[in-house]
Design a protein around this ligand. Sequence first.
Ligand SMILES: [Zn+2]
Ligand SMILES: [Zn+2]
Length: 254
Amino acid sequence: MDEIRIIPIGSGSTGNCFYIEIGGYRFLIDMGIGYKKVRDALAMHDRSLEEIDAIFLTHGHYDHVKAAEPITNHTVCKVYANRSVMYSIRKTKTERVVLNMYEDIELFPGLTVRMFKVPHDFAYTCGYSFRTANRKVAYVTDCGRMKEQFLQELIGADVVIIESNHDVEMLKNGPYPKQLQARIRSEAGHLSNDECAETIAYLKEKGTSHFLLAHLSLHNNTPEIALETTRKRINDPEIDLYVCPDEGNDLLIY
Ligand SMILES: [Zn+2]
Ligand SMILES: [Zn+2]
């Protein structure tokens, strides 16, 4: 009951979807992975879409909402997001509920959800934290810069799922046109490996020791480089780092 269980079903620009279990409740974050892959990843661990208690969306970019309609054909739970996302998911089959930023909501008995704003080029992109009396998990991807305001939102989490999008040198020398490179590097873009490492170092000091590196770029990063960048910055063998694959069905238990 007290365990946090996570299945990183999809992570990156081809599609995002995470399964998170906390306090005995079962959630999905984002619906950017096709229905069958989500169904199969859950089934491998005796979970099913019909048992999902709530779905949360971070923003309306295609890689986070493209499977909203087929997935909600197989769920009975509500879909939670802020107002800016609602137009992108108007075809979902189950009820859509608007959440407001920076409000602690006890969505289920003993389980508090909080949405917080992150800088990205879709209006009101957000991260989430999920909290019970003694466990907390936080999720933040698609985030141009780490800002003091929402760094505070991550403090105290047992597990943090955090973007480690690109290696700055690979992006500079990679295949993307200059304009796209500038967008990715900008405050409204994506978090670099260096900034991710910096954030993890800060959160480690504050007591978090489990991190999932997420939303890695296919062209401007590798799992090895992302991992190495954070390992070098922190140099602490105790820290638990997991790199989320593009598509996966590992069950992680914390
Ligand atoms: Zn994305
Ligand atoms: Zn995005």
